[in-house]
Write a protein that binds this ligand. Structure first.
Ligand code: GLA
Length: 708
């Protein structure tokens, strides 16, 4: 809902629990008023009527108060917009008009400004969808000049700036990591100054997910105000959070990793930034995550709410590059026997790809390995009642490939300079239309030529020599590559609506709200150690829902450096927190192990609607070596997954106090038939009985009746 006040120069956007308010001064300054609990227009008008800060030399009257701080004028904060044309930098804008429109699923506010010197049109967009509190913000920049005018160089074009009120303390939460150790949660005090996270790698990166949360230092999992923001972009990005001298906070975020120039707009051209979404919640970090999850399931992720992701088998850890049709058939039979619903052939099925040294780029089945193509294997997999998927890495080439031999100019490179290889591969320049056309033709042919239901889309190295010889403004490739990727994925999805896509980048190197608009799930991490995974999943769940978080059960000892030995029980319960998959070498599993796995898969299918579509409560974080647990609630059902790392001194672990239940109802444990009272589960808690090292359990409860 959007309400207008203050002589049509004040707007209040309200969701289920929160409001966001802004207004225009008589000098066309667009000032932030409020981001917090619901307020009325009259409240916002009272805020707007308050006098600004006292005038002082050296202090900006605008810093920390503006909706979109541009470069130049009385400002010293980091600008969200920096434009240069004919040697003139900075922006001075005039308000043109504000429009509120009903998009059918929520109101959108568009505020239009114009800089007459640069002929720059700036439109700020605000959209809050019905039923939620996530505010989607983005910006459109347009060159409104005439043919022959100087082009506009966008040195920095952030999506939005978020302003938070002055507080005694601010605490910043964010996600950090590296390959094999992604999305771990860091939570530290925000001292005066600036904290910058991002990626300079051309993809989202394993180092940070584009998400931050800020609280006053008192929020817990269950209580307190939390402001959080997330960027929908899969290339290089930057979020800069600044705690100002008066205790307020401003966060700007957008595409690109520096201010060295991103795009050139010719007269008539425009650039639309990705969405930088913001969410205010009370109810602690848990409520914030649940609101983000609900919004993504309803508005972002393809498929919409209620669609279950299948249990998959992936052959990578079992076979690596030693792929053969016969061996894939036997794995498929074993996987089908466990109840697997989707069988995915990973790397090694195409071109000369018998190791990571050759074949990337040549997307035709290897004739020695699949003499009749992929059709016969796909048919067999379908005959076993499973869907069929393949791995691809379309943005890459090995220098030892037919594609690179034919088109060495298609890779990102600087003329005359070395072409740096990682994993023996180079990055194609998807900003080039001819590269995209080629990939479209190859992938469309592939998907049309065999009954393929699923594509794992990988990206196994970062940009390094990001040149584009012959282009007038080659640095635009950092953005245009990502837009090219989105275009290609969108086109493939439209032409093959039955095919689901997974985003992978050496595990979790490309997880963000942008790619999630075009893919059905993501590969969370190459680290399948079930204990390490708990921390990775804990961080991931801060923003993203279980419905997209792929998690595999692999072999023990684990192939990761820890070589951890763990029971099938522990591995399954760890992976059941997301979209369950199996990635071990099933030919080496004993009959007893396969029988046990069958039971776990059957249990997962029973709890799946609750895990994938329910509301998540993180009961205890995976800190130290104690007990950790998550709970999902959906309608009358609830599912608890609990893990014990290590027991000490024979002490029993504390009961788990469940959330989101009706204290006046009884709940039946569907495995044991035991009946619990809701009030007891919520206050005293559920006894898990976990003991020893690396123990785990699943509890599936259903509400039976009200206590009389
Ligand atoms: C990446 C992925 C793995 C696997 C390999 C194949 O590392 O994250 O899951 O697909 O590539 O080369």
């Amino acid at each position: 809902m959007i309400e207008i006040g203050g002589n049509d120069r004040l707007w209040v956007l309200s969701g289920r629990r929160g409001s966001y308010a802004l207004h225009l001064t008589d000098h066309d300054e667009l000032l932030h008023l409020h981001w917090g609990p619901r307020i009325a227009v009259a409240d916002a008008e009272a805020l707007a009527a308050e006098p600004g800060p006292p005038e002082r030399g050296f202090e900006s009257p605008l810093d920390g108060r503006e909706e979109f701080p541009v470069e130049g004028g009385p400002r010293f904060v980091r600008p969200a917009l920096s434009v240069r044309a004919a040697g003139v930098r900075g922006t001075e804008w005039r308000f043109q008009h504000g429009v509120v429109s009903d998009s059918g699923f929520g109101d959108e506010l568009r505020l239009r400004f114009h800089d007459p010197v640069h002929h720059l049109g700036i439109t700020l967009h605000y959209r809050m969808r019905d039923g939620g509190d996530v505010l989607e913000r983005w910006t459109t920049l347009a060159h409104t000049g005439a043919a022959g005018d100087d082009p506009l160089e966008l040195l920095r074009a952030d999506s939005a700036a978020w302003s938070l009120p002055a507080r005694d303390r601010w605490r910043l939460s964010h996600l950090y990591g590296r390959w094999g150790a992604e999305s771990r949660l860091a939570r530290t005090g925000l001292t005066p100054g600036e904290k910058v996270i991002g990626s300079r790698r051309g993809h989202t990166g394993h180092q940070h997910l584009p998400w931050i949360a800020l609280d006053g230092g008192e929020a817990t999992e269950e209580s307190g105000e939390v402001h959080s923001c997330a960027l929908a972009w899969s290339g290089s990005w930057r979020i800069a959070v600044q705690r100002l001298s008066d205790g307020a906070v401003q966060a700007v975020g957008g595409v690109g990793h520096d201010d060295a120039g991103q795009l050139l707009l010719a007269p008539g051209e425009s650039f639309t930034t990705p969405v930088f979404a913001g969410l205010w919640t009370d109810g602690g970090f848990g409520a914030a995550s649940r609101a983000w999850h609900a919004w993504q399931l309803a508005q972002v992720i393809p498929g919409g709410p209620g669609v279950d992701r299948p249990v998959l088998y992936n052959s990578w850890e079992a076979t690596e590059f030693e792929v053969s049709e016969e061996q894939q058939r036997s794995l498929a039979h074993l996987a089908a026997g466990l109840g697997v619903e989707l069988f995915v052939v990973d790397d090694g099925w195409f071109g000369a790809r018998t190791s990571d040294r050759a074949g990337l780029g040549d997307w035709t089945p290897n004739p020695d390995r699949f003499p009749q193509g992929l059709g016969p294997l796909a048919d067999e997999v379908h005959g076993l009642g499973m869907r069929f998927g393949i791995w691809v890495e379309p943005e890459m080439v090995n220098p030892d490939s037919d594609l690179y031999r034919a088109h060495p100019e298609w890779v990102q490179h600087h003329p005359g300079r070395a072409r740096t290889e990682f994993r023996n591969q180079l990055v194609l320049n998807l900003a080039r239309p001819d590269v995209r056309d080629h990939l479209w033709e190859r992938l469309d042919t592939l998907l049309s030529g065999a009954p393929i239901d699923y594509v794992k889309w990988d990206f196994n190295r970062s940009f390094s020599d990001a040149g584009w010889p012959g282009d007038a403004y080659p640095q635009r490739m950092w953005i245009e590559h990502v837009r090219g990727l989105y275009e290609l994925l969108g086109r493939l999805r439209a032409a093959h609506p039955g095919v689901a896509f997974e985003s992978c980048s050496g595990g979790g190197g490309r997880i963000d709200l942008g790619i999630l608009g075009l893919t059905d799930q993501v590969w969370t991490s190459d680290n399948t150690d079930p204990l390490d995974r708990l921390a990775i999943q804990h961080g991931f769940s801060q923003l993203h829902p279980a419905r997209v978080m792929a998690a595999w059960v692999t072999d023990s000892p684990n192939a990761m450096g820890n070589a951890r030995v763990s029971s099938l029980r522990f591995r399954f319960v760890s992976a059941m927190a997301g979209v369950l998959g199996i990635g071990g070498d099933l030919t080496r599993w004993s009959e007893a192990e396969r029988a046990e796995a069958r039971d776990w898969v059957a249990l997962y299918k029973r709890v799946r609607p609750v895990v994938q579509h329910g509301e998540l409560y993180r009961l205890r974080p995976p800190d130290g070596d104690g007990l950790s647990a998550v709970q999902y609630v959906r309608g009358e059902e609830t599912v608890v997954l609990a893990w014990l790392h290590a027991q000490h001194y024979g002490e029993p672990r504390p009961p788990l106090r469940l959330r989101g239940l009706d204290p006046g109802a009884r709940y039946e444990d569907l495995a044991t038939g035991e009946v619990h009272r809701g009030a007891v589960l919520g206050h005293r808690g559920l006894r898990t009985g976990l003991c020893g090292d690396l123990d785990a359990a699943v509890f599936h409860l259903r509400k039976t009746d009200r206590v009389g």
